[in-house]
Design a protein around this ligand. Sequence first.
Ligand SMILES: N[C@@H](CCSC[C@H]1O[C@@H](n2cnc3c(=O)[nH]cnc32)[C@H](O)[C@@H]1O)C(=O)O
Ligand SMILES: [Zn+2]
Length: 433
Amino acid sequence: MSQIWIENGLFITMDDAAPSFKGHMVVTNDRISYIGTEAPVGLSEAVEKIDGSKLAFMPGLINTHGHAAMSLLRGYSDDQNLQVWLEQKMWPMEGKYVDQDTRAGSGLAIVEMLRSGTTAFVDMYDRMDQVAQMTELSGIRGVLTRGVIGLCPEDVQEAKLAEAIAFARDWNGKADGRITTMISPHAPYTCPPAYIERFVQAAHDHNLPLHTHMSETIAEVEQNVRDYGVRPVEHLDRLGFFSRPALVAHAVHLNTEEIELLAAKGVAVSHNPVSNLKLASGIARVPEMLSAGVTVSLGTDSVASNNNLDLFEEIRFSALLHKGISGDPTAIPAWEALKLGTIYGAKSIWQENDLGSLQVGKKADFIAIDIEQPHFYPQTDMISHLVYAGSGRDVKHVWIDGRQVLRNGECTFLDEEKVRYEAQASFDRLLNA
Ligand SMILES: N[C@@H](CCSC[C@H]1O[C@@H](n2cnc3c(=O)[nH]cnc32)[C@H](O)[C@@H]1O)C(=O)O
Ligand SMILES: [Zn+2]
């Protein structure tokens, strides 16, 4: 049995019953076994004590949409809209990837995520065995899925679907349960309807959730109406997509009926504010979705459209952006913004019983923030400070499943120098390939 005792820390729990307090937390093996203001009793003699007096602790952040391996393409194409960026810039480069590139790119992304306090990430890409292996090695938690673009001949479609199913089946529950999987047609505009139906069927057959990009741009919505006579939400609904647990990324352009339908069907939305701003896609109607009862969480999308994986930025953007465009300063208050990055993230990946808050019985996925810095003074409302003044660079330690995966800002299971070297080598090769 291993035990950790965090002494005299400031805990931001994400539990409405006790949002924040000075106190103690005990982790026994991979779960939180005690949290409270009083010192714990009856601990094992071998307990590892951690002085929490200069730190704030909170649940690890959950990034509910991204493409880790695209970290190699950071800064490769800025200041373009989605269509040009994807078709003329990303896809040609991605077409040159070999296994080592996906491995190098996802390694780089994982280091960046751990260093900025993300403990679980959703990843949609191909060559997913590489991503899964890096996930396993690094200690991070992943919800992984082989995304499929279906604009290809039928035999290639068959092979990709088979690969997506095989990956999801092989890796679900692996890495001590840190890896779970989903089934993902890339988007309604890159997969024909009959093909999407096969993903839905596979999700039913193998009891897996579904993930996709949806209603990201006005052009996408218009094209969907032109091609299929309905907007993307109704289109996916007709194809049975929402008959399974589903997580959709973006959902920027929704009308009120669509928001109500997503709420009624229990569809989770990954809001990617920075990527949506950078690609000029628009601003999702998050306050309306939240008041309609839609589960909304936060994603970075890839760094090729962000250009970093610091989820504290999405938290702050969601707190600011929706005030700005609604003219309502109470839109998405600090506590709600933090929930988007934590407990709502856990709900979006169907793991709210295990993740997203510091509560007894939950998995010990938590982060420690160095609050002895000027931007956290005066030390008053740390929830406000974390949202409006903090950043991922303030994260000092990270634990996942009770294992320390980041110590003093450095990954414990990955060789960061090697990761940076390999990312550069891959990029240099891709550029000249
Ligand atoms: N190459 C794969 C599909 C990969 S899924 C992930 C894809 O999503 C793309 N992507 C990244 N960000 C976005 C976004 O915001 N909207 C739509 N697609 C995106 C990315 O370029 C990548 O091609 C195949 O064999 O079918
Ligand atoms: Zn995406």
